[in-house]
Design a protein around this ligand. Sequence first.
Ligand SMILES: C[S@@+](CC[C@H](N)C(=O)[O-])C[C@H]1O[C@@H](n2cnc3c(N)ncnc32)[C@H](O)[C@@H]1O
Length: 202
Amino acid sequence: MREFIFKANKTITSSDINLKDLPGSCGRLDLLCRCVSDAFFLSHDIRRDVIFYAVLYGQPNPPVCIKFVGSELKKVSPDERNIAIFIKKALKKFEELDEDEKNNWILSTPGIYVKRLGFRDLILEKINEGKNIYYLHKNGEDVENVDIKNPVFILGDHIGIGEEDEKFLDKIKAKKISLSPLELHANHCITIIHNVLDRRGF
Ligand SMILES: C[S@@+](CC[C@H](N)C(=O)[O-])C[C@H]1O[C@@H](n2cnc3c(N)ncnc32)[C@H](O)[C@@H]1O
């Protein structure tokens, strides 16, 4: 299983999504949609062994965590607009829940769940499940030299993950790994990680 946690610092947390303006009024929702696309979609197939979490910290109601489960996804297609429609549905579902219900994973559409869950709490849950945490960062150790087992990969958006969450990842001894000497887009990092693991027969 390959798991990803993406911190979306500014992405909107209401269903008031303007599908014609994903980057602006939706707080870089375009970037999140590209990450989902690159996490799951092959040419004419889908990666069933992937779970992708997006933790949204934009206004008006943060944090909201959306979970995408590859083995359950149906009717989602790789284009940004289509993925944004599914995210809009998940946020709409979330708005309709009472506060107690929000603390459980609630199914929105096949393979897409939503819950009130912050970035650090999600990572702690993953550690409790026995996962290893790998923080993707330009200044980490070259991925070619890193043994990867039972992974959860952490990624930031255009802003990164922020100083406090970097300190948290240091504290829990997340392994920092680099994919390139250059600063890459988060969705490109996902593609590279898939390629590294595919070539290792992971
Ligand atoms: C556009 S970058 C973020 C840039 C942001 N200004 C910062 O300082 O973190 C988006 C995310 O991609 C990942 N990333 C970017 N370049 C990388 C690299 N060379 N190796 C590994 N991960 C990288 C990091 O997780 C980063 O938070």
